[in-house]
Write a protein that binds this ligand. Structure first.
Ligand code: HEC
Length: 201
């Protein structure tokens, strides 16, 4: 026998054996409980990765950079805001009017005009007395609801009502309103159907 074999045989007694590491039961239970609670938390807070919850914007500045700043989209957005604040209570946010309160603007021949002179006179001076709107008879009165709005605000409102709810008339600019307003003088008389029809469209 060589020395080598001897060494081997002496060592064989201390060779490591495969043994099972006993994971304490309470750790296992704790881990499973955490996993379970995590699942519930995820269920309640994740929105299931819905696009509306996980928006593609990483901060407010980025979101803002996507908002329309100028042009037609901005005019429509601003016009809608003012319209819903000033006109929508009577004419409805859907432009369909309200029985006994105000006629519809959707499909109205007063809104869908080629020019905007006649239309602008309505909110700037008010209108009262009998008038037909989309085949229906009205005989009420509307104060000069747009007189307190700035040129730009009223222009946006008119652009909005001319381009919404199926209406397809052209945009109105702040300069248009400025010109019409100054042509009307300080305290304009309230419009009637006949007065409106007598002026250029
Ligand atoms: C207090 C309710 C009320 C508010 C607010 C109001 N209107 Fe009117 N509007 C009326 C009534 C009522 C008439 C019909 C008047 C008549 O019978 O002579 C009318 C008529 C009109 C007409 C002509 C008819 C039609 O439906 O097309 C236009 C255009 C119009 N309004 C635009 C506006 C705009 C723009 C605003 C906001 C700046 C506004 N109105 C705010 C009550 C209102």
């Amino acid at each position: 026998m060589s020395d080598e074999t001897k060494t081997c045989s002496t060592d064989s007694g201390t060779e490591p054996t495969a043994a099972r590491l006993h994971l304490p039961m309470w750790i296992l239970v704790a881990l499973l409980t955490l996993l379970y609670l995590g699942g519930i938390y995820f269920d309640h807070h994740s929105g299931w990765f819905d696009k509306q919850v996980y928006s593609p914007y990483s901060n407010a500045a980025m979101l803002e950079s996507y908002q329309p700043k100028s042009g037609a989209a901005a005019a429509l957005a601003a016009g809608r805001k003012s319209y819903e604040a000033v006109c929508g209570t009577c004419h409805g946010n859907d432009g369909l009017g309200k029985p006994g309160q105000a006629p519809q603007l959707a499909g109205s021949e007063w809104v869908n005009t080629k020019g905007h002179n006649r239309l602008a006179h309505i909110p700037l001076a008010g209108v009262s007395g009998p008038m037909q709107v989309a085949g229906k008879d009205w005989n009420m009165s509307m104060a000069a609801m747009g007189a307190a709005l700035s040129d730009a605000d009223l222009a946006n409102v008119l652009t909005y009502i001319r381009g919404s709810w199926g209406n397809k008339a052209g945009e109105v600019t702040a300069d248009d309103i400025k010109g019409i307003r100054s042509g009307m003088g300080g305290r304009p008389q309230m419009m009637t159907h006949d007065m409106l029809m007598a002026m250029p469209e």
